[in-house]
Design a protein around this ligand. Sequence first.
Ligand SMILES: [Fe+2]
Ligand SMILES: [Fe+2]
Length: 269
Amino acid sequence: MAEAQASILFIGDLVGGIGRRTLLECLPLLRERYDPTFVVANGENVAGGLGITPKAASALFAGGVDAITLGNHTYHRREIYPYLDSEPRILRPANFLRIQPGHGTCVIERDGTRLGVVNLSGNLYLRAGRSAFTEIEAALGELGDDVDHILVDMHAEATSEKVALGWLLDGRVTAVVGTHTHVPTADARVLPGGTAYITDVGMTGPRGGVIGVKREQAIESLLTQMPVRFETSEEDPWLMGVLIRCAAMPRSAAAIEQILMPRPVPPPR
Ligand SMILES: [Fe+2]
Ligand SMILES: [Fe+2]
């Protein structure tokens, strides 16, 4: 019988406490269904919709997340700055400026398999000091030859940047997954060179809002063009992610499956 290959569960932007709770409640069901070797989640919106705190990150690690990626909201909470330097398993985009806190790559190991994780930020409509397309080479160089698989989270607004990065890395990494827009795309596939790809995995948060924000507040802001205080919606939370099955060949994928799952309904009291 062929040796079982590793798999990676990647989960899109956790939005607020509702996103964190949805993940933690879905995870046991997903473990039963898929038995993932690694769990990686984007946590850039987990602290009240913007940024992440050491407490929220620790809760995710304690709940079974192996690595956390971030994005344009990385630095919203000051208390995370020292944590970004001291905790190897939390990543901010590798193409931010070198002087900014944190790092953009890490390696996690389970059952003898080593997974390298890279976080990148797009350059269109987002503030990232350096080009994702040149800095990915430095990030892959940092990981070296000593990893079995590589997952890249490309946190970007523009679909073109994400599609282009997928093609640039096809055959060189196990998966390129897009985040940031909070809306999942329908293009998950393994590219011809063996890289699993999706333009955006979506968010883990409330579908009843506007990309996470209470919909009446988002609509008021758009209608009046005046400042409006945004709060995270709690309505209709879903988990959105992908399951990547790694191939026997290093740094390549056999399959990618989209996961769109409502928060389990709690049993009646
Ligand atoms: Fe986000
Ligand atoms: Fe973002």
